[in-house]
Design a protein around this ligand. Structure first.
Ligand SMILES: C[S@@+](CC[C@H](N)C(=O)[O-])C[C@H]1O[C@@H](n2cnc3c(N)ncnc32)[C@H](O)[C@@H]1O
Length: 347
């Protein structure tokens, strides 16, 4: 758990005297705010996280008060719901619809986010489900808005936010469900496409792990290839897990489960395939992918391969060479390269 508080958390703490209970935190940051609030005086605190990493870190302290879910329904009564702004505006709209559909009329809502992430333009979205909306505070390059839930115009559910992507791959068409905030949302990512093409030129066989599966496109396409056995798909984003579960429901050899990196992965695989993440909020993060590479040897069978695609400017080949004796570029275009890593330097 990072010891320093995020700027959004600091802004909430600045306003702690106005916090009312029961209090629900939606999408709390990866810091100690939720634990601090629970210890101070908000024993009537619940939290909802769509991020398995945050959920796993807060779970020991919050116990059953924190839930990990794709559709943030307010199932425990709350006088105040504090929303930490997600990066995608469409995802915020979905969360607001979930709150409008499940929180009682008059429930107070606070919406906090970084100015650089566009929190100011979110005020108008809050107005769609709340009245008496106003700016409550701003500091540390963040703003905090508040309002009160008005009766919902529509009783939305998660299904109302489904979006479909058609992916043509090797004479087959995959119609994949996606949700706001899930990668990919509108179309197949060109990096994923390059990795999928490599499955034909350098075939995979045996058991596979799709690390950071998003909609599940890579694992689903790989599962259709000859010689492939069990395919496990993992992601930390609850909406990605929900989408991938839907998309793989017809394939008995596919299993989807939430995991922060390899945190929930127990077995070993013949291939780990990934188009790994490189954004968290508005920041580029390399740490998840660095860990994916560094810990891959513990999850590969003898002779196994880690194969990933990444932007060519990212420093992952150097990382891979610190952990594998054989690091090869299988394919590249002007933006991406597919890297194949074999023969771990330690197991
Ligand atoms: C670039 S997307 C690739 C999605 C999908 N494989 C595709 O090719 O369309 C990276 C994925 O990694 C997931 N992710 C981010 N952090 C993660 C973590 N700590 N553990 C597991 N998955 C993570 C994201 O939610 C996202 O779905």
């Amino acid at each position: 758990m990072p010891s320093s508080l995020h700027n959004t958390s600091a802004l909430i703490l600045r306003n702690r005297a106005a916090l009312t209970a029961p209090l629900c935190l939606l999408n709390p940051p990866d810091d100690a705010l939720a634990i601090q609030l629970q210890q101070e005086r908000h024993e009537l605190l619940t939290a909802i996280s769509p991020d398995f990493a945050v959920f796993q870190r807060l779970r020991p302290a919050l116990g059953t008060a924190i839930t990990y879910c794709a559709w943030p329904a307010i199932t425990t009564p709350a006088a105040l719901v504090v929303i930490f702004q997600p990066r995608e505006k469409k995802l915020l709209e979905m969360w607001l619809a979930a709150i409008a559909a499940t929180a009682g009329t008059g429930t107070e809502i606070w919406l906090v986010g970084e100015n650089a992430a566009g929190i100011k333009s979110c005020e108008k979205r809050l107005r769609r489900i709340a009245d008496a909306v106003s700016k409550k505070d701003s500091a540390r390059h963040c703003s905090l808005f508040s309002g009160q839930v008005v009766p919902a115009r529509a009783a939305n559910t998660l299904a109302d936010f489904a979006h479909w992507i058609d992916v043509g791959y090797r004479n087959r068409n995959y119609r994949l469900l996606s949700y706001p905030g899930v990668f990919a949302y509108r179309r197949l990512d060109p990096g994923s496409a390059l990795l999928m093409e490599s499955l034909a030129t350098a075939p995979v066989a045996g058991d596979l792990l799709d690390f950071g599966c998003g909609t599940g496109v890579i694992g689903i396409a790989a599962a259709d290839r000859d010689g492939v056995g069990r395919v496990n798909l993992i992601d930390s984003n609850a909406l990605a897990v929900a989408a991938a579960e839907h998309n793989s429901a017809a394939h008995p050899r596919l299993t989807v489960f939430p995991s922060d990196g390899y945190s929930a992965v127990t077995g070993r695989y013949d291939h780990i395939l990934s188009n790994p993440p490189f954004h968290q909020g508005v920041r580029q993060v390399l740490a998840v992918t660095e860990r994916m590479i560094g810990q891959a040897p513990e999850h590969l069978r003898p002779g196994g391969e880690l194969r990933f695609v990444a932007n060519r400017h990212l420093p992952y080949v150097a990382t891979a060479k610190r952990h594998f004796a054989s690091v090869r570029i299988l394919d590249r275009d002007n933006r991406f390269q597919v890297v194949s890593c074999r023969r771990p330097l330690r197991i």
